[in-house]
Design a protein around this ligand. Structure first.
Ligand SMILES: *Cc1c(COP(=O)(O)O)cnc(C)c1O
Length: 434
């Protein structure tokens, strides 16, 4: 034995001793015992391997602790896809986030504080939705868009037929297909037309006593171009059966940047009896399914036993109300960004990175809305281009940044990044060893 320090076995501090450190006691109150104990075990293992001095174990455990008790991490979306399903679709506004916190405890979700009696669940959020779409006689909210569709199929067409175009039988992702969902409710699908062309006559010819409703689905994640034809909402509304339109994206009114994207107000005005949409796509709110339309039909859905299985929680109602009544959502703000503004930000970021010797270049980029809507629409944007090895390094950083790799470079597209997060991007890139 040489007697040099690294050969002297150093004692690993005991778990109970470490957990008694006041800073770890405080962390246990905040995060719970199991998370803190895991961090302590990891630090002890490092001491045992000789990689950490015993007296540094508490500091190491503290720095390994997560900020919150859930493992979902905030991620900067630099993919150039506005609504990225794998990144949780729409980011909530600060107003909606604050509303979530306010409603997290016990709250008057279904209670009238004046009379002390029960009140319609989520009344304020429902009123806010109704106020934004006066074209709807009534509104309802369920867990997600597909939940709304399942409820409509069950309540209006179980054992009966749903008439739908062959061009609109979409798979929405992760292997889930709308036709399977619709038939799982006990409804019978009556497919009409062809993949590329369906006319009003195709629908009219199969309408009969067994028809539950006509369904029009917005193909939100693909485009069919070329020799195509589809029946319009106005044409279908003239047929004498209920018309349900799944617009997908949750735009309540027309958006000038997305002229081809259907919106609830226009579709209702054109004569749809029921409109279904998601809350966490272009509306920019929490995950939920919006149901808007004729009062008789909305009530039929709302009173159906299945509606209880699709009931949304207080957090969703809180975030939805704040989304509808509050300032422009991050999604709407992103849609409003001009390429000049984005390019200016890219150049400013690149300047800071190059000052530190990073191989960064400001480049033009093409962004998209994503699976949540506006298929085929490319939005001019700007990006910071880095060597491709940055992609993995940035994902693995303390504040993960997700870009996209294209042409052997890692592109950080700025369209979905809030300007306040530009500094986060700079810091994340500079933290990667050059
Ligand atoms: C996204 C989408 C759905 C699914 O909505 P969820 O809220 O994800 O359940 C259904 N239909 C269309 C047309 C869509 O775009």
């Amino acid at each position: 034995m040489s007697g040099s320090p690294e050969h002297i076995p150093r004692r690993t501090p005991r778990t109970d001793v470490l957990l008694a450190d006041p800073r770890l006691v405080e962390a246990t109150v905040r995060l719970g015992y199991s998370i803190v104990k895991d961090a302590v075990r990891t630090a002890q293992a490092a001491v045992r391997r000789g990689e950490l001095a015993p007296e540094d174990a508490v500091d190491a455990a503290l720095s390994a602790l997560p900020e919150v008790a859930s493992s979902l991490r905030p991620v900067v979306n630099a993919t150039g896809v506005l609504l990225h399903t794998n990144l949780g679709r729409a980011p909530l506004s600060a107003a909606a986030t604050a509303a979530l916190a306010a409603a997290a405890g016990t709250t008057d979700i279904e209670f009238d504080l004046v009379t002390g009696r029960r009140r319609r669940r989520g009344h304020a959020a429902l009123n806010a939705l109704a106020a934004q779409v006066p074209e709807a006689e009534a509104v309802h909210v369920v867990n997600n868009g597909v939940g709304a569709l399942a409820l409509a199929a069950t309540a209006l067409a179980a054992g009966r037929e749903i008439v739908v175009s062959r061009g609109e039988m979409i798979e929405i992702g992760d292997g889930f297909r709308l036709p399977d969902l619709l038939t799982s409710t006990g409804a019978i699908l009556r497919e009409v037309g062809t993949t590329n062309r369906t006319t009003v006559r195709d629908y009219a010819e199969v309408i009969g006593p067994r028809t539950g409703f006509l369904l029009k689905v917005h193909p939100s994640n693909f485009v069919i171009s070329g020799f195509t034809a589809a029946a319009s909402v106005a044409e279908l509304a003239r047929l004498d059966v209920p018309l349900v339109v799944d617009i997908g994206s949750g735009l309540l009114r027309r958006h000038r940047r997305l002229p081809g994207e259907p919106d609830a107000a226009t579709v209702l005005k054109a004569g749809a009896d029921l409109v279904i949409a998601s809350g966490d796509k272009l509306l920019g709110g929490p995950q939920c399914g919006l149901v808007l339309g004729r009062v008789g039909i909305v009530e039929q859905l709302r009173r159906h036993p299945l509606a209880r299985a699709l009931r949304v929680d207080k957090l969703t109602f809180a975030a939805l109300e704040a989304t509808l009544r509050g300032p422009a959502t991050p999604t709407v703000q992103a849609l409003e960004r001009t390429v000049d503004e984005l390019s200016g930000r890219a150049h400013a970021i690149v300047g800071k990175l190059r000052d530190h010797g990073v191989d960064a270049v400001a480049v033009g980029s093409t962004a998209s809305v994503g699976g949540g809507g506006a298929p085929g629409v490319s939005i001019p944007s700007a990006a910071v281009s880095l060597p491709d090895r940055y992609a993995a390094a940035l994902r693995g950083g303390p504040r993960p940044v997700v870009g996209r790799v294209s042409g052997g470079r890692c592109l950080l597209d700025l369209i979905a990044v809030a300007p306040a997060d530009d500094a986060v991007l700079v810091e994340a890139v500079l933290a990667v060893p050059r």
